[in-house]
Design a protein around this ligand. Structure first.
Ligand SMILES: Nc1ncnc2c1ncn2[C@@H]1O[C@H](COP(=O)(O)OP(=O)(O)OP(=O)(O)O)[C@@H](O)[C@H]1O
Ligand SMILES: [Mg+2]
Length: 293
């Protein structure tokens, strides 16, 4: 089925309703090749290589301090690594000037650890912040903000301050803010941390919708191995407008798991392989969750 429409003025193709059916879907969207970054106390990422395919959500697992946030910031072009090559959405980040990096960052949504909303700004102002900075007109901003809030089912909270919201609601607003530019890539930094299991599931359901309805490619850092299993075992069904269990092996996996350890990729495979692993280090992640037992 052909869902892309050609825009005569620019010749660019735009997905109309189902970006998941875009034609240019084979090349990896994110490529890390031998990425290294260190500080006074040594390398945090020593030699990290991996790729993320189109519409894949790659789950990054790792102990605290293993470099997950750093890796996401490098992918977003917020921090330059000391060595290695990076390609995101076809851009070699190491070759971009600061000015080009600014334009690149618009194509990447970042859900910061803890949400990181501005406390003194309303939900409307938080979500529209970047559009204001770019000088977009008030009416269009209002439209875009409402659309993003509708997507995360938070439109009713548009006039509230972050302090008036629950942890789960703040996370939703942070996601709305990250997707305001309709970015093809979203980086989620521990989006379920500190939430109760039920609320965490609702956040994962949103992430599934972004993956399967909007065709977003993503990296998701987490301590919760359950997030990896939820992303691997469920998909968003546009016809039923709900999250459904993935039908066995019939469908291509949309999530792989990468475990960072001592600055290296210690494991990368499907979530199911993690579940079956006999590796003592990896099993520590499973034992600390409800995934086994
Ligand atoms: N700007 C910096 N200067 C010095 N050290 C840094 C800097 N940024 C990160 N680090 C160090 O890099 C390491 C990795 O940090 P990072 O925040 O990426 O870990 P993380 O895996 O996200 O941890 P958590 O699970 O707690 O969020 C930490 O030891 C941190 O102190
Ligand atoms: Mg972190």
């Amino acid at each position: 089925m052909e869902a892309a429409v050609r825009e005569p003025a620019t010749g660019r193709t735009h997905a109309k309703t189902m970006p998941s059916e875009r034609a240019d879907v084979k090349k990896p969207v994110i490529v890390f090749e031998g990425v290294r970054i260190g500080f006074e106390h040594g390398d945090v990422l020593a030699d990290v290589s991996f790729t993320v395919g189109p519409q894949e959500t790659k789950v990054l697992l790792g102990e605290t301090g293993s470099g997950k946030t750093l890796l996401l910031k490098i992918a977003a072009g917020l921090i330059r690594p000391d060595a290695g090559r990076l390609n995101v959405l076809g851009h070699c980040l190491d070759e971009l000037s600061e000015r080009e990096l600014l334009a690149f960052r618009r194509q990447v949504g970042f859900v910061f650890q803890e949400g990181a909303l501005f406390d003194s700004l309303s939900v409307r102002e938080n979500v529209g912040f970047r559009l204001h900075e770019e000088g977009m007109g008030e009416e269009e901003i209002e439209d875009r903000v409402r659309q993003a809030l509708r997507f995360v089912e938070m439109e009713d909270a548009i006039d509230k301050l972050p302090a008036e919201l629950s942890g789960g609601m703040r996370r939703r607003v942070a996601i709305a803010r990250a997707i305001i530019h309709r970015p093809p890539v979203v980086l989620y930094d521990s989006p379920t941390a500190g939430l109760d299991p039920v609320t965490a599931q609702t956040i994962i359901a949103l992430i599934l919708r972004l993956r399967d309805r909007s065709g977003v490619t993503a990296l998701l850092a987490t301590h919760r191995v359950q997030d990896a299993f939820a992303l691997a075992c469920f998909r968003y069904d546009p016809e039923e407008n709900r999250v459904v269990r993935i039908d066995g092996k019939a469908e291509a996996p949309r999530t792989r798991v990468l475990v960072l350890r001592d600055g290296h990729v210690y494991f990368e495979d499907e979530a199911e392989a993690l579940l079956r692993t006999q590796d003592a280090y990896l099993r520590r992640f499973l034992v600390s969750s409800e995934a086994v037992g």
